[in-house]
Write a protein that binds this ligand. Structure first.
Ligand code: CO8
Length: 258
């Protein structure tokens, strides 16, 4: 994959997408959103995990590109919001787990991108926030939808109404990130976490992701029934046989994703 503002590499079964426009703190303009959409829509089917991070040492993504948004009218604003929302939904709906390695500012659309990922870990210099209302707009890349789900309605309302940024330790305290590391350790820790995911049966991991995402908005009986069907499907896989046989014979399973 060859892009102007993204780098893509693969380490083992983990893909790494770096949003790489450090001069503007990786702010998301239409070109970057198009490139990101293309990249996540054409991922290698052998991947078992994806990491998304930012280029440079200051920012994950400092938001949507304010210079591009400044002159938009209502129709173009809605179209820009829809473009970002579509890309982030594509990321959220990837069948494999996605880790956001947040290496600095994750503001506005940057925080919203991180929230579209399954797991967020960050560096100690990370800053999270939804400053949009200070610019006369709202978090328009699905932030009003995802932030309350992650941190609860009360905290989401405080963050969005105040527009105030929070530091990494506060993001950890409210559950917006799962762990905080020193900046030089972050990618290593992200890859270590990805490797621990890749060691497991890939179809089971995919079913687990699908279940958690689909069941979140379902009523209890419907959610439990949804899970039961996928649980049964696991028993149709060679990986389930390999995993359980390995346990019983004290061996090590090799999972082929079949
Ligand atoms: N858009 C465009 N350019 C940006 C952005 C951005 N979001 N963030 C930083 N930049 C640019 C700066 O303009 C600057 O460019 P230049 O060197 O040409 O002046 C360069 O990046 C470096 O930035 P700073 O000099 O400002 O760096 P500092 O270290 O002084 O400050 C900050 C870093 C605090 C991150 C600061 O840059 C900042 O406040 N940035 C804006 C943060 C922000 O408000 N983000 C939210 C944007 S709105 C949004 O994301 C909406 C998402 C939903 C869209 C819905 C569409 C309808």
């Amino acid at each position: 994959m060859d892009y102007n503002f993204l780098k893509y590499e693969k380490q083992g079964e983990t893909g790494i997408i770096t949003i790489d426009s450090p001069a503007t703190l990786n702010a998301l303009n239409s070109t970057i959103l198009d490139e990101l959409c293309d990249a996540v829509s054409h991922l290698d089917s052998t991947l078992r995990c994806l990491i998304i991070t930012g280029g440079g040492s200051k920012a994950f993504v400092a938001g949507a590109d304010i210079s591009e948004m400044a002159g938009l009218d209502e129709k173009a604003g809605a179209a820009f919001g829809a473009k970002g929302a579509k890309v982030f939904r594509t990321i959220e709906r990837l069948p494999i787990p996605v880790i956001a390695a947040v290496n600095g500012y994750a503001l506005g659309g940057g925080c919203e991108l991180a929230m579209a990922c399954d797991i967020r870990i960050c560096s100690s210099n990370a800053r999270f926030g939804q400053p949009e209302v200070g610019l006369g707009i709202i978090p328009g890349f699905s932030g009003t939808y995802r932030l309350p789900k992650l941190v609860g309605m009360g905290m989401a309302k405080q963050l969005i109404y105040s527009g105030q940024a929070i530091k990494a330790d506060e993001a950890l305290r409210i559950g917006l990130v799962n762990a905080v590391y020193e900046p030089e350790e972050l990618m290593h820790k992200a890859l270590e976490l990805a490797a621990s995911i890749c060691r497991n049966a890939p179809l089971a991991v995919r079913h687990a992701k699908d279940c958690m995402d689909a069941e979140f908005d379902l009523e209890a009986d419907e959610a439990i029934a949804y899970e039961t069907v996928r649980f049964g499907r696991c028993f149709a896989t060679a990986d389930q046989k390999a995993g359980m046989q390995a346990f019983l014979t004290k061996g090590k399973a090799v999972f082929e994703g079949k």
